[in-house]
Ligand binder design. Structure first.
Ligand SMILES: *Cc1c(COP(=O)(O)O)cnc(C)c1O
Length: 371
């Protein structure tokens, strides 16, 4: 059986280091907001190239709290509009509606699955305040164009980097392009904790100060509450595990890139199969392959065929936000590109622990399906 993602095998590689880290926390008697968190915040900010990293409970909170902080700072008001790609994972959109802000869905670029800077302009109104750029599947959105466009229109940029730890363009990493960025350390992400976790990165001192209070009941100082905050903290055990795994992140990214190359090489000539576009990838773009996503009009059949051959594939994502019950107000919207993507995508197994032989086997089975 080739699993889509074998988390047990991934974490087993660091078993001794993880046990040492957890034991240190257990024996310290200090479990929330301690040294492990400050160390991780320092390490992660350094990794992303930003001034600040602020640990929170999960990736959804990271995005939600940035928007909330911008409201506290007077940069956003109820009803303001946020540009967001229509094909993103639901969390990007939930973060917007949770703040009484209005998500404005934009069709993505069908070749990159990310925001198309050319399609943003027509969605801009006087109420538009933020572009939420999602780096879907581990590929950075076209941040040079998006940040330039945002500057011209005085818009804030929030990155959803939940799938893109370590991805870069022009030597600048995810988390360091926008005014702020949200990361997730959900166990299956490229940098995964042993439970929930998240972080915000930013170069803005004032924003970082507000966020440190918001995640902690709105308090900078015990029993003194400046904001109506929340409880969203990255605990010491998770921070300690993340400190271990961050050291290995670049190595795991290289393993993912190697698997992606095998897929790319062995599947490129198949008719009826669309591979991730890499021809137009500028040399300076580092794709971190959180997901290796192919497209086919025969997606359902292929999915079934591969599962009969003991290969687990997944769909990211089967139902777009505008067709969800949660967003019933959008159910009549037509977004043909996003709908096409949701109907055709299939994610092949990819992980730092997948062997080259396994990847070649996956390619053989896919080839036999199309021949
Ligand atoms: C995983 C993910 C999130 C949410 O992260 P959680 O830690 O699960 O809350 C947000 N956006 C995207 C694109 C994601 O993939």
């Amino acid at each position: 059986m080739i699993n889509f993602l074998d988390l047990k095998k991934i974490n087993a590689q660091y078993r001794e280091e993880l046990i040492t880290a957890c034991t240190r926390v257990i024996d310290s008697g200090w479990y929330i907001n301690g040294n492990e968190l400050s160390q991780f915040e320092k390490n992660f900010a350094e990794y992303c190239g930003t001034k600040h990293a602020i640990g929170v409970a999960n990736g959804l909170d990271a995005l939600t709290l940035v928007l909330r902080a911008w409201k506290e700072l007077g940069k956003l008001n109820d009803g303001d509009e946020i540009i967001v790609p229509a094909n993103t994972y639901i969390a990007s959109i939930l973060a917007i509606s949770a703040n009484n802000l209005k998500p404005v869905l934009v069709e993505p670029d069908i070749n990159t699955y990310n925001l198309d800077p050319k399609l943003i302009e027509e969605k801009i109104t006087p109420k538009t305040k933020v572009i939420l750029a999602v780096h879907l599947y581990g590929r950075l959105a076209d941040m040079p164009s998006i940040t330039q466009f945002a500057r011209q229109h005085s818009l804030l940029v929030l990155e959803d980097s939940a799938q893109a730890h370590g991805a870069e363009i022009e030597g600048k990493r995810a988390g360091n392009w926008g005014d702020a960025s949200g990361f997730s350390f959900y166990p299956g992400k490229n940098l995964g904790a042993l439970g929930d976790g998240g972080a915000i990165t930013t170069n803005d001192d004032q924003l970082a100060e507000v966020l440190k209070a918001l995640r902690n009941y709105g308090s900078h100082e015990k029993y003194v509450n400046k904001y109506k905050g929340v409880n969203s903290r990255l605990d010491e055990i998770q921070a300690a595990c993340l400190n271990v795994k961050l050291k290995h992140l670049d190595h795991t990214i290289n393993s993912r890139r190697n698997i992606a190359q095998i897929y790319q090489k062995n599947l490129q000539s198949l008719n009826g199969l669309i591979l991730p576009t890499i021809e137009n990838i500028p040399n300076n773009l580092i794709h971190v392959w959180h997901l290796y996503v192919i497209r086919s009009e025969q997606r359902e059949k292929l999915h079934h065929f591969l599962s009969q051959h003991d290969i687990q594939t997944l769909i990211h994502y089967p139902i777009p936000a505008h067709q969800q019950h949660a967003y019933a107000e959008w159910n009549n919207l037509r977004l043909p590109l996003s709908e096409k993507i949701h109907n055709e995508v299939l994610s092949l197994p990819i992980s730092p622990c997948l062997t080259e032989d396994e990847a070649v086997f996956v390619c053989e089975k896919i080839t036999s399906f199309f021949k």
